[in-house]
Design a protein around this ligand. Structure first.
Ligand SMILES: O=C(O)CCC(=O)C(=O)O
Ligand SMILES: [Fe+2]
Length: 292
């Protein structure tokens, strides 16, 4: 295909308000011509699954660079040998050592929301997947915001929340992955403040931007009495996690799943994946902009 060909991809919507699959693109050969369509589909559907891809680490990395500046994962020990911007997620062991991160987040979260500048896109590319299990779940937080009563929207207007990496009330909780961090990494993850509702810089849509995951680290709403803050967060979390805003993805080898962290949250299920059900996935995310 020459660079002047126009590609019109077919995106099939699966969730009520978001999540589409594209089955007619081969990123190994068509990235230049398909890029504009992929980007438009990403903004329109929020989560995209590009089916049946067969990519080298470099080709996967090239797609990441189209989305922006690739940001290496906070946990550095599973970076890909050749491309540190790629992180390996896996429950395999190699030479007696874990090959990758076994569980990168079995709780509702948005990537790097604990940083002053959270992630923009996250991309996962499936190398091997189990026959059953290891699904990834998503929630459309723009749809969840739209469905709030006007009165609640007004109440949320202007509120800010404090986020802190892997904050848990119980510091010995087994999911408290902060233990893996060096002193230096801990120094790099201080508390940050973000608006409770953020406006998407490219589409202008508003989304809820607080996350209920046990370890995703929303500590409190700024300037609010702790009981009132807890009640408001609980109400928002219950609202967002209703089935009507969710979609659950079952993986196939070759799936390249990418999502917009500015208007969605996601939940791995690898914490309950049996140890002999192997799953190996390459991961990239790019740096976004400060939520506003
Ligand atoms: O492995 C998964 O299903 C998702 C992991 C995750 O949350 C991430 O890579 O950001
Ligand atoms: Fe994640």
């Amino acid at each position: 295909m020459s660079a002047t060909d126009i590609v019109t991809l077919t995106a099939e919507r699966h969730g009520n308000t978001f999540f589409a699959t594209i089955d007619d693109v081969d990123l190994a050969t068509d990235l230049d011509t398909a890029w504009n369509d992929i980007h438009a589909a990403y903004l329109a559907h929020k989560v995209l699954c590009l089916k049946r891809q067969d990519l080298s680490a470099k080709q996967f990395h090239d797609l990441g660079e189209r989305f922006g500046v690739i940001e290496p994962h906070t946990v550095t020990m599973y970076h890909h040998d050749e491309f540190p911007g790629i992180t390996v997620l896996s429950n395999r062991t190699e030479l007696g050592r874990p090959k990758g991160i076994r569980d990168a987040g079995s709780h509702w979260h948005s990537d790097y929301s604990y940083k002053a500048v959270p992630a923009n896109v996250t991309m996962l590319y499936a190398i091997e997947v189990p026959e059953a299990g290891g699904d990834t779940m998503f929630i459309d937080l723009a749809a969840a915001y739209s469905a709030l009563p006007d009165e609640t929207k007004q109440r949320l207007d202007g509120l800010q929340a404090v986020h802190h990496y892997r904050h848990t009330k119980d510091r010995d909780h087994p999911e408290g992955r902060w233990k893996l961090l060096s002193e230096e990494q801990r120094r790099l993850t201080p508390e940050v403040t973000h608006p409770v509702v953020r406006t998407h810089p490219e589409t202008g849509a508003k989304s809820i931007f607080v996350f209920p995951g046990l370890t995703s680290g929303v500590r409190r709403i700024v300037g609010m009495d702790p009981a009132e803050s807890d009640d408001l967060l609980d109400m928002l979390f219950e609202h967002c996690t209703q089935a009507c805003f969710q979609y659950r993805h079952k993986w196939s080898v070759g799936d390249l799943l990418l999502w917009d962290n500015r208007c969605t949250m996601h939940h791995a299920t690898t914490n309950v994946l049996p140890a002999d059900h192997f799953r190996t996935i390459l991961r990239i995310n790019t740096r976004g902009t400060a939520p506003a």
